[in-house]
Design a protein around this ligand. Structure first.
Ligand code: GLN
Length: 319
């Protein structure tokens, strides 16, 4: 998308517009102290529909102050510069337009990592940590070839590699801009020596029996539901990472059908699912001949992961 000259033009126009538009906010803060600006920003965020306005006001201020601490800046007005106020207004302006906080700040904590994010990738969710935990609990420490289909920011791949020094990983994504973010994140996490990335559609570019552990958080939102989601998700996260088609299961059909080919015998797979997809995704896995299929919850108690294995060599019935 961003390669198109017209889109580039529109993006440039938008950023000029955005940069110009935060000036009224800066003017509204003229003559106010940091405590008053913080309160004003919290009120504006709440009015924009952001319930966590007070917390987010603090996060945004901390971001522009760093490394200066908020308590110090509240005590000493000289520590809150005009440049910091200008930067705060620019960030706040984007957040008030319901750009996700992660994209405004440019990064998002996930697992023990801090990952770069942009509108080209799904912001890593805490829910997805359930998938990381499930794989760590299920897989041994022995060296393994890990593949993450639709890797996006690289969150799942990098979290798992960070916990298993003997593993190497490959992240696949259809989106070139997403792969650029994932590659940067591998560097940022010091994992570039064990992480590779490849452009492709799910497992299509991978050899038979080349995967010990396969993970994926594919798009699983029912298309019709997308339009009703929060503006942060609907307008600012990539539809490619969210839209699961008419029944939300398009990506699972493609991925699961290919698992018996991709996995080594006894190979493990773990897929993130929507809270109401445990039965349907398990059934797809069973139909594909996969075994040991289980549904696991996230921390909120919602079904979030389907995992299982390719049948082991000793139990193989299909010759
Ligand atoms: N859990 C995400 C959301 O609700 C969706 C992620 C996905 O489609 N893989 O926004």
């Amino acid at each position: 998308m961003s390669g198109e000259p017209f889109d580039t033009l529109v993006d440039t126009a938008k950023s000029v517009f955005d940069a110009a538009s935060h000036k009224p906010l800066l003017e509204a803060w003229q003559g106010l102290g940091l405590a008053e600006i913080r309160a004003d920003l919290a009120t504006r965020l709440i009015a924009a529909g952001i319930e966590e306005g007070p917390d987010e006001s603090r996060f945004l201020i901390n971001h522009v102050l760093a490394p200066v601490r908020l308590a110090d800046a509240l005590a000493d007005p000289a520590l809150f510069s005009w440049q910091a106020a200008d930067e705060l207004a620019a960030l706040a302006w984007r957040r008030l337009a319901r750009v996700p906080l992660s994209q405004v700040l440019g990064s998002q904590p996930f697992w023990t990592l801090d990952l770069a994010v942009s509108s080209d990738v799904l912001t890593p969710r805490a829910d997805t940590e359930a998938l990381v935990e499930a794989v760590l609990a299920e897989a041994g420490e022995a060296s393994a070839r890990l593949v993450d289909l639709g890797t996006g920011s690289g969150a799942i791949l990098l979290a798992l590699l960070s916990e298993r020094p003997g593993w190497s990983g490959l992240g696949v994504d259809l989106s070139a801009p997403a792969l650029a973010i994932a590659t940067a994140n591998a560097d940022r996490c010091g994992l570039a020596n064990r992480a590779e990335f490849m452009q492709g559609r799910w497992g299509a570019g991978l050899a038979d029996g080349s995967v010990d552990i396969l993970v994926s958080n594919p798009p699983y939102i029912v298309s019709d539901i997308l339009a009703g989601l929060e503006p942060e998700v609907r307008d600012h996260e990539p539809a490619l990472a969210l839209d699961g088609g008419v029944d939300g299961l398009d990506a699972y059909r493609e991925i699961i059908a290919d698992l018996p080919r991709l996995l080594v015998s006894n190979g493990l797979f773990a897929l993130e699912i929507g809270h109401d997809q445990g039965v349907t995704v398990s059934a797809l896995a069973r139909e594909a001949g996969l075994v040991d299929i289980r549904v696991l919850p996230d921390l909120a108690g919602n079904d979030r992961v389907v995992l299982g294995r390719r049948v082991g060599a000793a139990n193989q019935t299909d010759g």
